[in-house]
Design a protein around this ligand. Structure first.
Ligand code: SAH
Length: 358
């Protein structure tokens, strides 16, 4: 049992059970031992590989998508170009390379990266140092982004946000907590049922044992983004694995070295995430009086953006890499790879042209 595990046990001994969201926050972001604070999780040697790390085409297409939205809204001369959870900075690097082909786009962009991890921030700085633009970093979205049109990307960011879980028992919904017994962490239901829990109607009737998983942090961030886009213009593209919030069930998972592991077993050593509830995000967008499009399946979305044409051009220019490029495209788009589990949702102001891919 690692040191963070033991610290969490002591915390529960002295302060009582934690919500799953509190546990996730410690496991992912504890400054000394948290997963994102201490590790470089991406790539073949890391715990998982993400779309921008698979192929430069992913970022290029997303960059051109954003630039098209910017042109559709009369190319505002100053806007915030924001990425949430930029990992190694690869996506932003590819977005900027493609964005440079659109006259005026990069010049009008004030680049802001939102990253909680100091270690990853340093890597992002390094990745972007030759990109010919200046960028600033925030640890979370703040008011400084409310003053201008917002063009935003988030790839595999929302799945990392903390979730809470509620389980239907015979006397109502009880929150599933993280507790400890004789020094071992375990899940247990809260002692008392909740008086009322707002569960979306689309979920249907909850049988005993049904699990309702929700991410208050995710909906709050989606609403904040949508408010700025509704007020100032802009566009957001959220790409992640997820579902449309039908029925009940839990999706919380831990991944270490490309394999699933137990969520509570080694906090700080495994990536903990959950499937994004796109229906909940769309509801939040609606509350902010912006417009949610999709989610579209990632495969269909990238297809509509021209991934095959771009791959052909790249292969022509680098014939010896043709098979690597083809296999990357397959990985990003095939239904049995990332093509249907991963989805893309857009946030736009009402009454602007519909962007490609939706
Ligand atoms: N977008 C990148 C990395 C995805 S991993 C890619 O596709 O490769 C999730 C990223 O979000 C990491 O950079 C992580 O440090 C960051 N992150 C997770 N939770 C965060 C939070 N609450 N606030 C800011 N950044 C966060």
């Amino acid at each position: 049992m690692n040191a963070l595990y033991q610290r969490i046990v002591r915390l529960i001994e002295t302060q009582g059970p934690l919500s799953i969201a509190q546990f996730m926050t410690l496991a992912l972001h504890d400054p000394k031992a948290g997963y994102y604070a201490t590790r470089q999780p991406f790539g073949a040697r890391g715990d998982f590989i993400t779309a921008p790390e698979i192929s430069q085409i992913f970022g290029e297409l997303l960059g051109l998508w954003l630039a098209q939205c910017w042109q559709d809204q009369d190319s505002p001369p100053h806007f915030h170009l924001v990425e949430l959870g930029p990992g190694r900075g690869t996506l932003m690097r590819d977005v900027l390379r493609a964005g440079r082909t659109v006259p005026g786009f990069c010049e009008a962009a004030e680049i802001v990266l939102v990253e909680a991890s100091p270690g990853l921030t340093a890597i992002q700085r390094e990745t972007l140092k030759d990109s010919g633009v200046s960028a600033r970093w925030l640890t979370h979205l703040d008011e400084s982004l409310e003053s201008a049109p917002l063009y935003l990307l988030a790839n595999e960011f929302f799945d990392a946000l903390p979730v809470r879980q509620y389980v239907m028992s015979k006397d109502g919904w009880r929150e599933r907590m993280v507790t400890e017994k004789n020094g071992t962490l375990d899940f247990a239901l809260a002692a008392h049922p909740l008086k009322g829990l707002a569960v979306p109607e689309a979920r249907g009737a909850a049988e005993p044992g049904a699990v309702f998983e929700t991410s208050p942090a995710a909906t709050a961030i989606a609403e904040e983004i949508a408010q700025t886009i509704a007020a100032k213009g802009g566009a957001a593209l959220i790409a992640d694995y997820g579902h449309m919030g039908n029925g009940f069930g839990e999706t919380l998972q831990a991944v270490k070295g490309h394999d699933y592991t137990k969520v509570l077993e080694a906090p700080g050593e495994a990536d903990i995430s959950s499937h994004v509830d796109f229906a909940a995000l769309a509801e939040a967008v609606k509350r902010a009086r912006a417009f949610a499009l999709g989610p579209a399946d990632q495969g269909a979305f990238l297809d509509a953006l021209g991934i095959n044409i771009r791959a052909q051009l790249l292969s022509k220019a680098n014939p010896k890499d043709a098979h690597v490029i083809a296999s990357a495209v397959h990985r990003l788009t095939a239904p049995d790879q990332m093509g249907t589990l991963f989805k893309a949702m857009a946030i736009l102001p009402e009454s602007v042209p519909k962007p490609a891919g939706f």
